[in-house]
Design a protein around this ligand. Structure first.
Ligand SMILES: Nc1nc2c([nH]c(=O)n2[C@H]2C[C@H](O)[C@@H](COP(=O)(O)OP(=O)(O)OP(=O)(O)O)O2)c(=O)[nH]1
Ligand SMILES: [Mg+2]
Length: 143
């Protein structure tokens, strides 16, 4: 593939004090816990991409989708180095009683809700860096 930066979209799907994470099966970040998400497709808004990726990967419908932050990272560990500008969104479940399904088991070996104060290890390194820097995806009290 041509050496160009690509756009990733990752979603902090929040439920109570927990966030949805999946154990990645991918040449980038294999066997680390990451947010659901994927590649921005031609013509999509960030919000459309986040909702589509959530549906494809987990079967979940999401709402209240908001932009949080953006990162610019080069992944040198993959067989072919790749470069992503990644848009981070937060969202809530449309219906809190929806079933969580691992619909892409070849890309993810398990999905679960994890307490923000007790995240699993190892986290996908860009996510680990965000956590280490004090980033918090939950709305502040004044919101
Ligand atoms: N899913 C996800 N991607 C992330 C995170 N942080 C981060 O920089 N990215 C970047 C690097 C990923 O390779 C890129 C695209 O996401 P992905 O790797 O899950 O892509 P995917 O296979 O689901 O893509 P697709 O073909 O279904 O569109 O976004 C994260 O926490 N979760
Ligand atoms: Mg994905």
């Amino acid at each position: 593939m041509e050496k160009v930066p690509r756009v990733g979209v990752a979603v902090f799907l929040l439920r109570g004090k927990t966030v949805l994470l999946g154990l990645r099966r991918n040449s980038i970040g294999d066997s680390t816990y990451a947010l659901p998400g994927g590649h921005l497709e031609f013509g999509e808004s960030f919000e459309e991409c986040g909702a589509r990726e959530l549906k494809e990967e987990t079967g979940l419908d999401i709402e209240k989708i908001e932009f949080l932050t953006v990162t610019n990272k080069v992944f040198k560990e993959s067989p072919k180095p790749s470069h992503y500008v990644t848009i981070f969104l937060r969202a809530a479940l449309s219906d809190p009683l929806q079933d969580l399904q691992n619909l892409e088991p070849d890309k993810c070996s398990g999905l679960g809700w994890y307490d923000w104060d007790n995240l699993p290890k190892p986290l996908f390194w860009p996510l680990e860096e965000m956590v280490q820097s004090g980033f918090n995806p939950f709305p502040s009290q004044t919101d």
